[in-house]
Design a protein around this ligand. Structure first.
Ligand SMILES: NC(=O)c1ccc[n+]([C@@H]2O[C@H](COP(=O)([O-])OP(=O)(O)OC[C@H]3O[C@@H](n4cnc5c(N)ncnc54)[C@H](O)[C@@H]3O)[C@@H](O)[C@H]2O)c1
Length: 320
């Protein structure tokens, strides 16, 4: 952190490097939140592609509510990477998921970006430790992993590398939150971070089931969209199972279904259900519930389910 580091809430100028599906989505997000966005991508047709993506996203963003001063006119298309980042107060990199490309690009961004300005990578799975190796000032580089489309899905997972300083992680968390994002800060680098590890476990099982003729694509999708997927907008997998334990919550759930962890219900092996793990799950659920009783959570879940079922009824009719 130095005199170039603005306060996270005071940032007005951001740069987006790499403007495909994700980078273009970031551009749309930052424009809608009222930022001036300079963008660069090596593809010769990138400006036309980027403007198409922003045009397509703008009606949804307008419906959700634009920030004061938000305008598509605030997009500046740069001719070089160096030009794009020269005056940036924050940089988001969204180049292809290739370690050599990321290493080289982050070193170039690092060399051209004013010192003290935080640089974030959209990588889906690399650790910043392995990406920041060629940077001269690696202390300001973080992972800021979004979900597609970044202009609608709130989650950003933030994690630093071994050479990232703590202030940069905290700065990024505050900055993304100020732009309306829901932030999870991870204390450790884990390949795939959190959401992709969970998503990937289900995805690999789905591929196994199709490969073995155990379920069709349509059956797999319906099993989620007509089943547990409906609960997930309100409760994650842990609080969902907290409620599966009835009045006994997660403690009862684990004591009741613990032995099923040995059943071949998935190809992913379960960890040993030790006393420490049981306690971590029970305490974690209590904490996540924030003092809400099981009865209160059940009532909230039911209200949310009704809201979700009503909300998707018309969309489903249009789509399917
Ligand atoms: N697609 C997703 O759902 C998703 C979700 C979260 C994170 N991500 C991550 O976001 C990043 C971008 O993925 P994407 O899906 O937008 O890919 P994409 O292929 O849609 O876009 C990549 C863009 O990077 C550009 N590019 C190529 N070489 C470059 C370079 N050297 N410097 C700068 N830009 C370069 C390409 O021209 C293209 O416009 C990846 O790290 C990916 O893992 C993707």
């Amino acid at each position: 952190m130095d005199e170039n580091t603005p306060s996270p809430a005071a940032v007005r100028r951001v740069a987006c490097i790499g403007t495909g599906v994700i980078g273009g989505g970031w551009v749309a997000h930052f424009l809608a939140r009222g930022f001036r966005v300079s963008a660069w991508d090596p593809a010769p047709d990138f400006e036309a592609r980027l403007r198409r993506l922003v045009e397509a996203a703008w009606p949804a963003l307008t419906e959700l509510g634009l920030a004061d001063g938000a305008s598509r006119e605030n997009l500046v298309v740069a001719e070089t990477l160096e030009q794009a980042v020269a005056e940036a107060e924050f940089v988001q990199e969204s180049a292809p998921e290739d370690l050599a490309v990321k290493r080289d690009l982050l070193a170039r961004i690092d060399a051209a970006t004013p010192p003290g300005v935080v640089v974030s990578s959209s990588t889906s799975g690399y650790g910043m430790t392995e990406m920041q190796v060629d940077c001269a000032t690696p202390q300001r580089l973080v992972v800021g992993h979004p979900f597609n489309p970044p202009y609608l899905i709130p989650l950003v997972e933030i994690v630093g590398g071994e050479r990232t300083e703590r202030w940069a992680v905290e700065w990024a968390a505050e900055f993304f939150a100020a732009t309306g994002k829901s932030v999870i800060v991870l204390d450790r680098e884990v390949p795939g971070f959190t959401a992709n590890r969970l998503q990937e476990a289900m995805w690999r099982e789905a591929l196994h089931m199709v490969a073995n003729g155990e379920a069709t694509v349509a059956q797999i999708d319906a099993s989620i969209t007509e089943g547990p997927g409906l609960r997930w907008p309100l409760l994650g997998p842990c609080l969902t199972f907290h409620l599966a334990g009835g009045e006994g919550g997660m403690a009862h759930m684990l004591d009741h279904f613990g032995p099923s962890l040995k059943s071949p219900w998935t190809r992913l092996e379960a960890p040993e259900l030790t006393d420490e793990l049981r306690e971590a799950m029970v305490n974690g659920c209590e904490e996540a519930a924030g003092g809400a009783s099981i009865a209160e959570l059940v009532a909230a879940r039911d209200r949310a389910l009704i809201a979700v079922l009503r909300a998707i009824k018309d969309v489903r009719r249009d789509l399917l």
